[in-house]
Design a protein around this ligand. Sequence first.
Ligand SMILES: Cc1cc2nc3c(=O)[nH]c(=O)nc-3n(C[C@H](O)[C@H](O)[C@H](O)COP(=O)(O)O)c2cc1C
Length: 207
Amino acid sequence: MKLLEIQSSVRQEGSISRSLSNEFVQAWQTLHSETQHQKRDVGLNPPAHPTELWTKANYILPEERSSEMTNVLSESENLIEELLWADRLLLGVPMYNFSVPSTFKAYLDNVVRINRTFSFDPTTYCFQGLTTGKKALIITPSAGNFVVGTPLGSLNFCDTYLRSVLGFIGIEDVIVVPVPEQFMSNKIRQREIATARAKLMKLVTEW
Ligand SMILES: Cc1cc2nc3c(=O)[nH]c(=O)nc-3n(C[C@H](O)[C@H](O)[C@H](O)COP(=O)(O)O)c2cc1C
């Protein structure tokens, strides 16, 4: 089993997504001792945003790229290789302004690439995900309660966006574990953390 853990919270101290991910990884490794675990921290080290040169390089054949173009794509290539290597993805993605942190968006801009993680057939006008055979488990803390299916769930562009973009590249087996109400009273916060932890511990055997 190859487990890629990606953290995108800009916080280290008090980060719920990081602490629950740590607990999950420890329990997972205890049960699946053969697991190879790779960690990517885009919260602390965000990937570079695409640039004009990056975009030009992306849309031409590898053999036609200048050395400058090859260089500018090298971080993206490394991130894609790492993503393709994994068969399980554990993602710590807090809700920031109803969507994903910009650190994680920068990561996605680097890995959602034509002919690398998805393809497009201009004759049939069909897209196809190339990032297949993977499962994703996403831990999504938020200050308020924007869980899909609740009264303010229509404001949750984090859950829906992640499912859409991962599905687009071929990752359709996606589980989201929300951790809402983290700016509420300590009692409510702890209750939500305990609920998320129980779901995660169940997934250690069932995922
Ligand atoms: C820039 C920023 C934007 C945020 N936007 C939202 C939001 O739209 N809705 C919400 O419920 N919480 C929002 N929060 C709160 C975080 O989701 C919450 O603090 C969460 O616990 C952060 O994850 P972490 O504990 O892993 O760092 C925001 C936090 C930051 C830093």
